[in-house]
Design a protein around this ligand. Structure first.
Ligand SMILES: Cc1cc2nc3c(=O)[nH]c(=O)nc-3n(C[C@H](O)[C@H](O)[C@H](O)COP(=O)(O)O)c2cc1C
Length: 333
């Protein structure tokens, strides 16, 4: 499908998945230096944390826009409260997690188990839509446990879109086993079924449908975009972030130079300095940058130098400069 830059959903043509403990605000700032256009998702934040927790769970950097908050919860009033707070803070989209299979999340009756309660999901989406103007979207799977027929998925999407008003879904194209598999295994063992996501788009052509799961290259992304409105990439974007460097050109059709890896590192310096002066630890920022030189000469030394030094008390920008010096200059990468 052609890029539609006028749509409020344009940014969802390519997005980076919500990933707990990975896509925090430092990570998102770093990813934004590689791509202007990609929609960035926060880690899942539970309604309980926002409403009762100590600390500001909605903090982000203005540079991150467009940025979507992913919420975990299943109480419509609580979700509405959190969505409203998030919209006031300027988030561009609110996403509900209906895909996480962890036991902890199931105990709170949210995440993937909500696929079995489509009316409740519709109520949650409707409650959030009542109080915000930004899109309220749902990230889900193609099924749970033995409920893995195409009809199960279409019933879910029908109810959540018709009764809840949800206009956009991201489909992680594998089902989740709610018991017996760890969250990690649930990202690897159930087989991917992209044709099912394609069929969903055919049957619900009025909805915005993005696919997620197992995408590793921009070539694969383009192939999915022949059938769907958007592609969400998780692990590959985190572990091999330089794939993001050509997203604006290849996926969004912009005509601009491709940033070099060394430039991305240097562009991080002002942010790192500012964060350190606010009391952040260097290692909390640099841990997201370890994969930047993947498959390049010097990559292992870069990674090792940062891993061994960034966590030491008082570590500053000089650690990153010294790590960068491990990359052979003549490579000009
Ligand atoms: C470390 C990690 C944490 C994750 N946390 C979340 C989360 O908070 N919310 C969510 O919807 N999915 C979460 N996921 C799942 C991803 O969003 C994505 O659906 C999954 O990794 C499949 O996409 P991929 O193959 O491109 O990685 C997480 C995945 C990883 C690897």
């Amino acid at each position: 499908m052609k890029p539609d830059n006028t749509s409020k959903f344009a940014a969802n043509r390519f997005s980076i998945a919500p990933m707990l403990d990975w896509t925090d605000r430092h990570c998102r700032y770093f990813h934004r230096l590689l791509t202007n256009e990609t929609l960035l998702y926060t880690e899942m934040v539970t309604t309980g944390a926002i409403i009762h927790g100590k600390g500001d769970f909605l903090a982000y950097n203005q540079e991150e826009h467009p940025v979507a908050l992913q919420l975990g919860g299943s109480n419509p009033q609580d979700l509405a409260t959190c969505a409203k707070l998030a919209a006031e803070r300027g988030y561009d989209e609110i996403n509900l997690n209906v895909g996480c299979p962890s036991d902890r999340v199931q105990n709170g009756r949210f995440g993937a188990c909500l696929m079995g309660e489509p009316q409740l999901v519709a109520d949650c989406v409707a409650a959030m839509r009542d109080v915000v103007d930004v899109p309220v979207t749902v990230k889900t799977r193609i099924g749970i446990d033995d409920q893995d027929s195409y009809e199960f998925l279409t019933d879910f999407v029908s109810i959540v879109s018709e009764k809840g008003g949800c206009e956009q879904f991201t489909i992680h194209a594998r089902k989740a086993w709610l018991s017996g598999l760890s969250p990690k295994e649930n990202r690897e063992i159930p087989p991917l079924d992209y044709p099912r996501a394609y069929q969903l788009k055919k049957d619900f052509s009025h909805l915005v449908i993005a696919v997620n799961g197992g995408v590793k290259t921009l070539q694969e992304t383009k192939e999915h975009l022949q059938h769907l409105d958007g592609v969400m990439v998780g692990r590959e974007a985190y572990q091999n972030p330089y794939i993001l460097a050509e997203v604006d050109q290849q996926i969004f059709g912009l005509d601009k130079p491709i940033k070099k890896r060394t430039q991305v590192v240097e562009d991080m310096y002002p942010y790192i300095e500012q964060q350190l002066s606010n009391g952040a630890y260097l290692g909390h920022i640099t841990r997201h940058m370890l994969g930047l030189f993947q498959n390049m000469p010097g990559a292992r030394q870069w990674r090792r130098y940062i891993s061994e030094n960034a966590h030491k008390p008082g570590s500053g920008i000089e650690v990153v400069e010294a790590a960068l010096a491990k990359i052979p200059k003549e490579l000009d990468v």
